[in-house]
Design a protein around this ligand. Structure first.
Ligand SMILES: Cc1cc2nc3c(=O)[nH]c(=O)nc-3n(C[C@H](O)[C@H](O)[C@H](O)COP(=O)(O)OP(=O)(O)OC[C@H]3O[C@@H](n4cnc5c(N)ncnc54)[C@H](O)[C@@H]3O)c2cc1C
Length: 327
């Protein structure tokens, strides 16, 4: 679950919290703000709890959340400009004051990225009631009499061997992906929780017979449940970048010295995501501070390995940065 997504953006303001109640009104039972907040809190181990407070954040959960230890100096310039322009700086855009610019918190612990697998699965991987199947692709959820009784999948061991061979030698032995694994099934006695992401979850549902009847029939899939909404209503978030050049050398941000600094002290550019850690959330003229609808994402000062020496230049020109504006 994306711990930065909508529910966390909702502040105490009743007006905005009602956006989530709208979800419930539309049928998403159990997903109201008050009902989901405890789970977000339970998952979080906020490394800067004194800065962001305990109303919308917590400590002690499996997922480490904090700012990266390093910001390029231009990040501070953007925050200063935001103050100058009257947009302000928020300590925490997921908290009570959710417009303005901020250095955003991200899933990491002292500059080391933290994935859901690292946070949730690895610590409990030896539990006797947990089996993790690597290199396994689920193809269908098996359903009979309106109840799930299993999952269909295949394993792709050779695919991964070929992949690593190619990654380490640069040579392609055969075209892949070969679907080398036999399709197998595993039975379940209670339930199946499908959490394969925003795109693959509806894909597997449709493949299992849950989705728009006509579409399933076109692919000769037996319809288990005619649900026209599955896989629909995806929205693009249009953004457009505004690019600038800075009065700064177009240097590589990474070098062997930067790597040593990261490996030794977990700081400097490799411990962060450059300017993308800065984010701005603003209302436009059609809305108010309670309903901000524009997000600004600066980019630049990202990792880029230097070919050799420290202070190597990417070009003889000036450094470019951009700010993407959209929602
Ligand atoms: C570059 C980047 C940085 C981000 N940084 C942050 C951050 O700092 N903080 C934050 O809160 N969010 C961050 N996010 C967003 C966050 O990662 C996602 O919102 C979140 O991971 C979504 O979780 P999910 O469980 O819905 O899906 P996913 O994390 O996409 O998990 C789906 C899993 O299902 C597996 N899968 C797919 N199909 C199959 C199949 N057929 N069979 C078996 N397995 C399958 C996939 O391999 C994947 O492991 C970031 C996203 C990106 C891209």
């Amino acid at each position: 679950m994306d711990t930065k997504q909508l529910p966390r953006r909702v502040p105490a303001s009743q007006q905005t919290a009602s956006a989530l109640f709208l979800w419930v009104e539309l049928g998403a039972e159990g997903l109201s703000y008050d009902e989901v907040l405890p789970y977000f809190l339970k998952g979080e181990d906020n490394g800067e709890i004194d800065d962001v407070g305990t109303a919308y954040h917590a400590t002690g959960g499996p997922m480490s959340v904090e700012r990266f230890p390093y910001q390029p100096p231009f990040a501070a310039a953007i925050l200063n400009a935001s103050v100058e322009a009257g947009f302000g700086v928020s300590e925490d855009l997921n908290g009570a004051h959710f417009t303005g610019f901020t250095i955003g918190q991200a899933s990491n612990k002292k500059g080391v990225r933290r994935s859901n697998a690292a946070a949730y699965l690895r610590p409990i991987r030896h539990r006797s009631n947990l089996h993790i199947s690597l290199n396994t692709t689920v193809t269908r959820v098996l359903i009979e009499n309106n109840a799930t009784y299993g999952v269909e999948y295949y394993k792709r061991t050779i695919y991964f061997l070929l992949y690593f061979f190619r990654a380490s030698t640069g040579k392609l032995l055969v075209e892949y992906p070969p679907q080398d694994g036999e399709v197998s099934t595993i039975n379940v006695s209670r339930e199946v929780v499908l959490s394969t992401g925003a795109l693959k979850t509806p894909f597997i549902l449709k493949h299992s017979g849950i989705g728009p009847k006509e579409e399933l029939e076109n692919f000769d899939i037996t319809v288990v449940k005619d649900l026209p909404g599955v896989g629909e209503n995806f929205h693009d978030h249009p953004t457009f970048p505004v690019s600038f050049t800075l009065n700064d050398l177009d240097e590589y941000d990474d070098s062997w010295a930067v790597a040593v600094e990261y490996l030794t002290f977990r700081t400097w550019p490799l411990s962060s995501t450059g300017l993308t850690q800065v984010v701005g959330v603003l209302p436009n003229n059609d809305t108010t501070d309670e309903w901000p609808n524009v997000q600004l994402n600066p980019a630049g000062y990202q990792s880029g390995c230097a070919p050799g020496e420290i202070d190597a230049l990417k070009s003889s020109g000036k450094r470019s940065v951009s700010i993407s504006v959209g929602w």
